[in-house]
Design a protein around this ligand. Sequence first.
Ligand SMILES: Cc1cc2nc3c(=O)[nH]c(=O)nc-3n(C[C@H](O)[C@H](O)[C@H](O)COP(=O)(O)O)c2cc1C
Length: 171
Amino acid sequence: MRHWCMTPYEAIVDKRDLRVYTEQAIADDVMHRILQAGRMAGSAKNAESNRLIVVTDQATQDALAAAGDFAGWIGTSAVVVGFASPAHELRMFDIGRQAQNMMLAAHAEGIGSCPVTLGHADAARAAVGLPDDWEMPMVITLGHPVANHPDSPLKRQRVSLDELVRYDRWS
Ligand SMILES: Cc1cc2nc3c(=O)[nH]c(=O)nc-3n(C[C@H](O)[C@H](O)[C@H](O)COP(=O)(O)O)c2cc1C
């Protein structure tokens, strides 16, 4: 399903992390826009030190799945995108900005996504052949969502704005 008429706000508040995808490939032009959305994220000191590794190869996806503790399903994705960074310049806020840009751009095109933590750094490095002084702590998965997508086992309401937001001081 395409959401051509989504406003940015609608895409942001409607996006949920989806983990079950059809086997349909993501069209090249859509994938290009998703990657451009990551490229255009700002970075600390404008350093742009991250690199994106786009993985469609099944064996590589399976190796990445083994690098996480809650990642067993990622080999069923159309595309996995890894966020690689020099270990001495690992800035998770930069990675988060890129990842969310990409997942929102994907959602606006009807593509589902989910962030995944790769806690086993050596396994992640080996899976994609990263140099020893680089790390890839996060990936996102992408794919066309299945119809009647099952709920996440973690599904719940977000905390209320009253709980989330403090004004001027903690209390
Ligand atoms: C930093 C971060 C790490 C995450 N790691 C994983 C993960 O390893 N495996 C997984 O299945 N989901 C992972 N998620 C997805 C969260 O479970 C998801 O964002 C949360 O449950 C909200 O889901 P919803 O948008 O569907 O409500 C991660 C999310 C974030 C922000």
